[in-house]
Design a protein around this ligand. Structure first.
Ligand code: FAD
Ligand code: DLZ
Ligand code: SF4
Length: 511
């Protein structure tokens, strides 16, 4: 049966479910750079370049294998600029096809659209399971069914047992399931950070860089220098580099932050796993092997595996279980606009400006920067979930809604009301000060709680608890802090509120 096989920009895996039974004679594989996908949020220029270049390299590899491929470039004059339009054009030019085969997309909006295509196109549309994850969605839903709380840690343990990763028989390697307590060291001043491995752009990437510079000039972010891998072979090299060079220290410095240092000992592998260039199970197995060979301590191997086998799989399950309502939720009724400094990095707060600069430069920031700096600020300042989700979805090279939304709605801003986290990850300046060297170079004083020059995170933290007292005081994990607030004298509360109003006004968030 003549079949058209549509492959999306984050499905660049040769063993993709829709490519396994490809018929060299009768089928056509379609990849399309379209305005619809490049423009539905303000994607970082580097993210667009990464995806387009990876798509072009993938198409080339398929062609080199002798497979029939149709590739639409963003600057093709006849580009319909929608996925549906490109499917229709392929059908008109090279069809008719009796069947369209694709793999579940990573975003609900596209899933809905694909489900309507059978009617629109009048052909059989087969949407196959995306089996590039370690757990199926059925496995997640079976685990989740009937549970009052969905706790990542318990799901993660099931995943460890299912896969046998970091298991000695029935017991977890090292005698504990979780070495989280050994993942919280701060970075010493004299620590030697590893030299990252970058990939020199080839002709395909250079072409893409030119097109992105021209067509997406108004988008956020710095396009060059561009050094990300765009093929699975180069992504594998990045994995080798990480396992040998950075993994041994990944564990202890997992939560640390340092001004001007974007990567520390992090892997920078999320963009490759999410786009299909690396297999997450293989990545976990490599970390396990390093541990078993004595090349990485347990707190590093387990800390790393937990992020992928645990968090990555867990957030995917949460997304598909709770969409579409998940993105509509706004438990804290947050409605303030996103401050301009999320784009311009000129807030005067050293922590925010460093995280935004890193983001602007690399389309990357590591987890604690996303969660405890930009995420924490958005939580404390009550930023509208739509605005902050759009920011996270656009600015990171690894961002697709299945992984971005639970991390933002659930972890960072508590908009889901506690599906992901038992309490909001709200923190004052002292957490940032403990985990980084930002405060030493900041115009604000972290030790000052209120008044001129005080760290905004300090008064915004208490202001957040005051503003959300009714919604949060029933949360038993916040009981102690609300007791402290109850004991606070009226003048202090007044000062916190007026400092917060003044500050929010100064950044355009209060009238
Ligand atoms: P490492 O620190 O080296 O971690 C190893 C791997 O673990 C990552 O590559 C990633 O695949 C996985 N991982 C770690 N934490 C998480 C997590 N919380 N959820 C899912 N996977 C995780 N991650 C994305 O891949 N895409 C996103 O759009 C995204 N948005 C986020 C938004 C917010 C507000 C927050 C707080 C986190 C977000 N994360 C997202 C999770 C995490 O920050 C990134 O996966 C990580 O920073 C990627 O860098 P790395 O590859 O160097 O990770
Ligand atoms: C993110 C992205 C971008 C920028 N451009 C394209 C594109 O032109 N064509 C395409 O097929 N995919 C692109 N993508 C990735 C999709 O947005 C992604 O497949 C969906 O968001 C589902 O995860
Ligand atoms: Fe951030 Fe406050 Fe520290 Fe400045 S003093 S870097 S605003 S936490």
């Amino acid at each position: 049966m003549a079949t058209l096989r549509l492959v999306l920009g984050d499905q660049l895996t040769r063993s993709l479910a829709s490519l396994r039974d490809v018929d060299h004679e009768n089928d056509l594989i379609l990849l399309a750079e379209v305005g619809q996908e490049a423009g539905y949020v303000d994607h970082h220029k580097k993210k667009i370049a990464f995806i387009f270049s990876a798509m072009r390299h993938f198409a080339q590899a398929l062609e080199d294998e002798g497979l029939p491929v149709r590739y639409t470039r963003i600057d093709d004059r006849s580009n319909a600029n929608t996925l549906l339009g490109e499917v229709q054009r392929a059908n008109n030019d090279c069809g008719p096809f009796e069947r369209l085969v694709l793999v579940e997309p990573g975003e609900f909006r596209l899933m809905q659209e694909f489900r309507s295509w059978r009617e629109t196109l009048g052909v059989d549309v087969e949407i196959r399971r995306d089996d590039r994850f370690i757990a199926t969605l059925d496995r997640f839903n079976d685990w989740a069914a009937g549970r009052k709380r969905l706790t990542m840690e318990y799901f993660y343990r099931e995943m460890r047992k299912d896969t046998g990763i970091l298991m000695d028989g029935d017991t977890p390697c090292g005698g504990e399931w979780n070495f989280d307590k050994e993942n919280r060291e701060t970075l010493p001043d004299d620590v030697a950070l590893p030299e990252r491995l970058w990939v020199e752009p080839d002709t395909i990437t250079r072409d893409v860089l030119e097109i992105v510079a021209e067509r997406f000039d108004g988008h956020f972010g710095e396009l060059e220098p561009f050094g990300y891998a765009v093929t699975s072979q180069d992504a594998e090299r990045q994995l080798d580099w990480f396992i040998e060079t950075a993994l041994p220290d990944f564990g202890r410095y997992q939560d640390a932050m340092a001004a001007g240092e974007a990567f520390l000992f992090h892997s920078l592998l999320s963009l490759y796993m999410n786009a299909g260039l690396l297999d997450p199970l293989k990545v976990c197995k490599r970390a396990e092997q390093a541990y078993r060979a004595g090349n990485a301590p347990i707190n590093a191997a387990e800390g790393f595996v937990r992020q992928i086998l645990g968090w990555r799989e867990f957030v995917r399950g949460i997304y598909w279980r709770f969409m579409p309502d998940y993105l509509k939720s706004n438990h804290l009724n947050a409605s303030r606009a996103l401050p301009d400094f999320y784009w311009s990095a000129d807030s005067g707060m050293a922590c925010i400006d460093d995280c935004v600069s890193t983001t602007r430069k690399h389309a990357y920031a590591h987890h604690i920067q996303r969660l405890m700096v930009t995420g924490n600020f958005a939580l404390l300042a009550g930023i509208d979930p739509g605005a902050i989700n759009a920011w996270y979805l656009g600015v990171y090279a690894d961002a697709y809604e299945w992984v971005e939304a639970p991390n933002t709605q659930g972890m960072a801003i508590f908009a889901d009301g506690g599906i992901m986290a038992t309490k909001p990850y709200a923190a004052s300046g002292s957490y940032i000060n403990k985990m980084s060297n930002y405060c030493k170079r900041c115009a604000y004083k972290v030790s000052k709680k209120t008044g001129e020059g005080a760290c905004p995170f300090n008064y915004l933290y208490w202001n957040f608890l005051i503003e959300n007292r009714e919604r949060l005081r029933g949360n038993h994990r916040l009981a102690m802090i609300y007791k402290t607030l109850d004991r606070m004298d009226e003048n202090k509360i007044e000062t916190i509120q007026s400092d917060s109003r003044r500050f929010l006004k100064s950044i355009g968030l209060e009238p």
